[in-house]
Design a binder for this molecule. Structure first.
Ligand code: CUA
Length: 158
């Protein structure tokens, strides 16, 4: 089969683009830990505060030394706030919304997920050092959207 030189060139070029894209997906996934923050876990958004998974918000320790931070978003607040977590410890955030879609972003980190009513958003982050971090809502959720902030206090590990 005779393939024209320029056609061959474009075929190699198209193949090279695919290889470059897959390489970057691999780098961001494995080197930077960028991955979808959720798993498919649903919750009745009208019953969030009485759901056993979310009735008690806050930070609880896990047997493996990590902690779980359970949080609920509402117009226009984060429950609880502030959240106090230990440094150099994996923090498993579990979030849901009691009303509309919010955005959970911890300024200065790569933590950023949508918080969608009806679903549980889950992600893990390890704060390297003690300090205070700002939580902002980055999905427009109503007239008080710009006031919807929260705080995370990272304390030295006891
Ligand atoms: Cu919540 Cu914007």
């Amino acid at each position: 089969m005779n393939v024209n030189f320029y056609e061959k060139l474009w075929m190699w070029f198209a193949a090279a683009i695919i290889v470059v894209f897959i390489t970057f997906v691999g780098i961001t996934t494995f080197a930077y830990g960028v991955r979808p923050p959720s798993h498919i876990e649903t919750v009745d958004p009208t019953q969030v505060m009485s759901d056993p998974r979310f009735a008690q918000q806050g930070v609880t320790p896990n047997p493996d030394g990590s902690v779980t931070a359970t949080m609920v978003a509402g117009t226009f607040f984060w429950l609880p706030s502030p959240v106090t977590v230990p440094a150099a410890t994996p923090v498993h955030f579990r979030l849901t919304s009691m009303d509309v879609t919010h955005g959970f972003e911890i300024v200065g980190t790569n933590v950023n997920t949508m918080v969608v009513p009806g679903y549980v958003s889950q992600l893990t982050y390890t704060f390297p050092a003690p300090g205070e971090y700002l939580i902002v809502c980055n999905e427009y959720c109503g007239t008080g959207h710009h006031t919807m902030g929260g705080k995370i206090v990272v304390e030295a590990r006891p």
